[in-house]
Design a protein around this ligand. Structure first.
Ligand code: SAM
Length: 328
């Protein structure tokens, strides 16, 4: 395992990264195999009470046209995805309090009837909420730490507290979820040292899934003038994470593909083993604008799957038929 100093050195190195990416690919092959897990992503509400400085869904953005899918609509969308072959449904939204514990439990129980794993990505909730969702059958939870740098976290997330976020991750672990976290690459004043700490944090909490996203500036946010995060740095953070955490699940993120049409393939060759095609109904899809020009818009669950198949063929990989839990 790399020391903090070694990670920093790799991140600072401006030369060739072929060796690093090849090693991450080898570890991915040995520890998780060549199959890629597809997760059908439903972005069910773009309403958010938070003010994250980088995110287009932030509450003060009055230019975004807001939507909220109703429980029956979400369940139907999940059914379509399950019928198209997806074995995991990911439910993602802004932090929208309309979705009470009861409503979410109804949605989760409805989806579990289709024999899929369910991943939630709906932000910070109480221990009791997390417990109720788990009791209804939720399997996994994604909650990126975004950055472990306490000062940067505070600047980027007005009114939020990094300790609450860490506590949420601890609660999820205690409740036996598969826990996903991750970070943004390219936040203002972010240093290689701070990215190294992010990677060590993933190890410390024994994350089951880690998503790394390059920052893509959104014009209606305070970070609109910020340059986009570097795809190469994001791939390096991802590759080091693979080498250190070995058998976890790592998505080739949409943000990577948005920055570069080859981004997802590069990610799949540098440690990633998961793709999350967007199966949100077309009428809502372009309203979930966390950043502009999100890659991978296709018309429905089947088309998204076909699109993923094409990408995988190019990368010489196959689609997994299982639920895609972390390999023991
Ligand atoms: N509200 C939930 C939460 O807090 O985990 C989930 C939704 S949130 C929109 C999903 C992820 O989008 C965040 O974890 C963040 O890393 C990413 N994101 C938001 N704005 C972004 C941007 N401008 N560029 C890249 N990723 C962004």
């Amino acid at each position: 395992m790399y020391s903090r100093e070694e990670i920093i050195e790799i991140l600072k190195n401006t030369g060739d990264n072929e060796q690093l990416f090849a090693l991450a690919d080898k570890v991915r092959h040995e520890k998780t195999g060549d199959e890629v897990h597809l997760r059908g992503l439903i972005e069910f509400s773009n309403i958010c009470k938070r003010q994250c400085k980088y995110c287009g869904l932030r509450a003060p953005n009055k230019k975004v046209s807001r939507y909220r899918m109703m429980p029956e609509e979400i369940i139907l969308c999940a059914q379509n995805a399950a019928e198209a072959g997806y074995k995991t449904i990911v439910l993602q939204s802004g932090e929208d309090d309309y979705y009470s514990r009861d409503i979410l439990c109804r949605i989760i129980s409805g989806i579990k009837k289709f024999d899929t794993a369910v991943t939630l990505s709906i932000g910070e909730r109480s221990f009791e909420d997390y417990k109720a969702f788990k009791d209804c059958g939720a399997d996994r939870y994604l909650l990126r730490i975004e950055t472990t740098d306490k000062d940067l976290y505070k600047k980027m997330h007005p009114g939020m507290d990094i300790n609450t976020r860490i506590r949420c991750l601890e609660h999820l672990r205690e409740l036996d979820y598969e826990v996903g976290t991750g970070c943004l690459v390219g936040l203002p004043d972010q240093t290689p040292e701070s990215l190294a700490d992010d990677i060590l944090f993933f190890k410390e909490i024994n994350a089951d899934m880690v998503g790394i996203g390059p920052l893509i500036p959104h014009p209606e946010t305070p970070l609109k003038e910020c340059p986009p995060g570097s795809l190469t740095t994001a791939l390096k953070v991802m590759a080091i994470t693979r080498i250190i955490l070995e058998n976890i699940n790592i998505p080739a993120t949409t943000a990577m593909e948005t920055l570069d049409p080859e981004g997802r393939i590069l990610a799949l060759k540098s440690g990633a083993n998961v793709i999350m095609p967007n199966v949100t109904p077309t009428i809502y899809k372009n309203k979930y604008e966390i950043y502009p020009n999100k890659a991978g818009y296709s018309e429905n669950a089947l088309k998204s799957r076909k699109y993923a198949e094409e990408i995988l063929k190019k990368a010489g990989r196959s689609i997994s038929k299982g639920y895609g839990f972390r390999k023991k």
